[in-house]
Design a protein around this ligand. Structure first.
Ligand code: ZN
Length: 681
């Protein structure tokens, strides 16, 4: 408990850790005032005081002496308070501190299952002391929505992030909601919880903070995570080159040819590109694949590539813009695979070089580079796991897993580095890997998964990743050494994804969406939708919007009809069953007026769809496709998901100190603030 007056707290709180810059300002202010007083006396002293010039010289000398003494005294006081601050801690009133491990997607049911099997000793220890609690997630339970709720301590109706994907109402075109590329601004509205009193005073260090690009100013350090794009301005576009002609029409990366003799294969790496401009920035390379290991020559550097082993970091620089004056530095990792006479080269999506990022990706801007000095180069893409390449089959399971380990190790080393100098306030470490591993390897856990390659339900990948997270929890706890609390949270849980629902096709079946005459189905972006006869459409993973007159480009629904239409869609969807077997994929449909009662966000969907476990919106739905079928079995490697009814996928909350508790994700920040403001004795 702090008994100092507000004034003291604000200005000379010895434990408060005023930033050094503030001390310098105070000191220089005082010196400036003294100097001004001396100058005034020198200028006006003659007339006003009528003192002799000898006396004035003496006064001047006296003033300089006094000023010097005051300065020395203040400096001494500053050093003393710093000394006290540093040495205060072990003497019985340690500075409060909390580590938050944010393990994206860690599921309470699986955690309980693996704890019961004795596989997670560190989680079990915290569970025994304080208990594993379900943490209510956001609605919809999608990471961008959930982490925005965590950051702003509000629900989506306030912060304005409603789905991974948002749309431009004028054109119905989808865009990612995890970053505001157009304005280079934060994607949410509101005030982050770390701006509250105790956190702002004690300071915050946050590693790979999701939804924090561009990184906001704060008292501390922050490396932005989810939301930082790749060099091409996408979430991550891989490049795949092969000597074989490849037929991958649905590939989400760039597929190119390697040409020439085996000892001098030539290829190009596509560089930065902005939509509307010519995509012609390329860097050529030469690969000598006749040797073992192969040698890649790029921009006067040579890199050794071992077959089937991830390369070390490969650095490159692009020049573009008028006269090639703009420079952009990138880093990537490459995987070479030689099979049956062909050479295949996977180049992972190009990251901004953290030592010279094109945009600031940290606060302070130099922090990203400081981390490089501490732990080496790392992925700067906000979502660095290339699930697209794994789904496309360009990366095999083992190659993808190794890639996950590499990215996860970076987060690990960043956290260990910061733990080594962590004294007070909040240290936040974000790990996306549990989410990604469950998305991609749930099929190994699920006996009913369609795409399971292993004998059903026997794969250990997910269980082993939980063990890996358990070891991380153990290391952090050991580093804290009993001083300060550890909180482990996840933003949502997980569920199987066995059946994909083409929600726009369902809306069509129910008469809310219409296609142009003779069109049996529609490609993505609502290509064949007849907007004049369409009253509602789905885009993203849980959102339905009305085709509202005056808001949508070709809107037809009058505002006064909206409420009745929302009720009708809700009723019909909640009653809707799959025609082939009568199963009901949708548990609840939430009208925005109920879950976002206070919303002032014009981009909010009118309805949020909650699926039952086992179901999810199809990929086609997310981008405005209207296939012929209403549903289809999910045979993709992407076999687990959480974009369903939020009641089905709560996250977790675990704390080493039972005084720390929060029932919902949006209340974790305020709980941390309360705890740090009044730390237990
Ligand atoms: Zn996820």
């Amino acid at each position: 408990m702090c008994h100092r007056s507000t004034f003291l707290l604000l200005y000379i709180d010895p434990t408060g850790g005023l930033p050094p810059s503030l001390w310098v300002s105070i000191l220089s202010g005082l010196l400036a005032a003294l100097g001004a007083a001396w100058l005034a006396l020198r200028t006006f002293g003659r007339q006003v005081l009528l003192v002799s010039s000898a006396l004035l010289r003496r006064s001047a000398r006296a003033f300089v002496l006094v000023a010097a003494l005051v300065a020395v005294g203040l400096f001494g006081l500053m050093m003393m308070t710093r000394f006290l601050k540093d040495n205060d801690a072990p003497a019985g009133s340690p500075a409060p501190r909390v580590v938050v491990l944010a393990l994206d997607g860690l599921d309470p049911q699986l955690l309980e299952r693996f704890m019961a099997a004795g596989r997670l000793p560190n989680f079990s220890r915290i569970h025994a002391a304080g208990g594993l609690k379900r943490l209510a997630t956001s609605n919809p339970p999608q990471s961008p929505v959930a982490w925005s709720s965590f950051i702003t301590a509000t629900e989506p109706g306030r912060h304005g992030v409603f789905d991974f994907i948002k749309r431009d109402p004028a054109t119905y075109a989808p865009d990612l909601a995890i970053a505001d590329r157009q304005h280079l601004a934060l994607p949410w509205h509101g005030t982050p919880f770390w701006e509250s009193t105790a956190l702002a005073r004690l300071g915050v260090t946050a590693l790979r903070m999701p939804m924090a690009f561009p990184p906001p100013k704060l008292n501390g350090r922050m490396l932005a995570g989810m939301g930082v794009w790749d060099v091409r301005g996408t979430e991550g576009t891989y490049i795949y080159l092969s000597t074989a002609p490849l037929d991958l029409p649905d590939a989400r990366g760039i597929i190119l040819r390697l040409e020439g003799e085996p000892n001098a294969l030539r290829g190009q790496i596509p560089g930065p590109y902005r939509s509307g401009q010519t995509d012609n920035v390329r860097e050529p390379f030469v690969l000598d694949a006749a040797r073992d290991p192969a040698v890649l020559r790029l921009q006067e550097r040579s890199y050794t590539l071992h077959d089937g082993r991830w390369s070390d970091w490969v650095k490159l620089e692009f020049r573009f813009g008028p006269l090639g004056l703009q420079k952009l530095r990138a880093v990537t990792r490459i995987l070479l695979r030689r099979a049956s006479g062909d050479v295949n080269l996977y180049i992972s999506p190009l990251n901004f070089d953290p030592e010279a990022p094109f945009y600031a990706i940290s606060h302070p801007a130099g922090y990203a580079g400081e981390l490089v000095k501490a732990i080496g180069l790392y992925h700067t893409r906000g979502m660095p796991f290339d699930t697209a390449a794994a789904s496309d089959g360009v990366l095999g399971d083992q190659d993808f897993l190794e890639h996950c380990r590499i990215v996860d190790d970076e987060s690990d080393r960043m956290l260990a580095f910061e733990l080594g100098r962590f004294e007070r306030g909040l240290l936040f470490g974000y790990f996306e890997s549990p989410d990604v591993i469950q998305h991609m390897f749930w099929r190994g856990l699920d006996p009913e998964a369609e795409g399971s390659a292993e004998p059903a339900g026997t794969d250990e990948t997910v269980a082993r990743w939980y063990e890996r997270m358990d070891a991380l929890v153990g290391r952090v706890r050991a580093a804290l050494g009993g001083r300060g609390a550890l909180v482990v949270i996840s933003d949502h849980g997980f569920a199987p994804f066995r059946t994909a629902i083409h929600l726009n096709s369902v809306l069509r079946e129910l008469g809310f969406l219409a296609l142009q005459e003779n069109a049996p189905s529609s490609e993505q972006f609502f290509a064949a939708v007849d907007w004049s006869r369409t009253r509602a459409y789905a885009i993203g993973f849980n959102s339905i919007y009305l085709n509202l007159a005056g808001r949508e480009g070709k809107g037809v629904v009058a505002r006064e009809q909206a409420a009745a239409l929302v009720s009708e869609i809700r009723r019909r969807l909640e009653a809707w069953a799959l025609p082939e077997d009568g199963r009901k994929p949708i548990t609840r449909v939430f009208p925005a007026s109920e879950i976002y009662p206070s919303t002032d966000r014009s981009n909010a969907p009118e309805l949020v769809v909650g699926y039952a476990r086992g179901y999810r919106a199809s990929w086609e739905t997310a981008l405005g496709g209207v296939p012929l079928a209403l549903s289809e079995p999910n045979r993709s490697k992407w076999s687990g998901d959480h974009c369903i009814d939020p009641a089905q996928v709560p996250g977790i909350f675990l704390a080493t100190d039972p005084a720390l508790a929060a029932p919902r994700l949006s209340e974790v920040g305020p709980a941390l603030e309360r705890y740090l403001a009044n730390p237990p004795r």
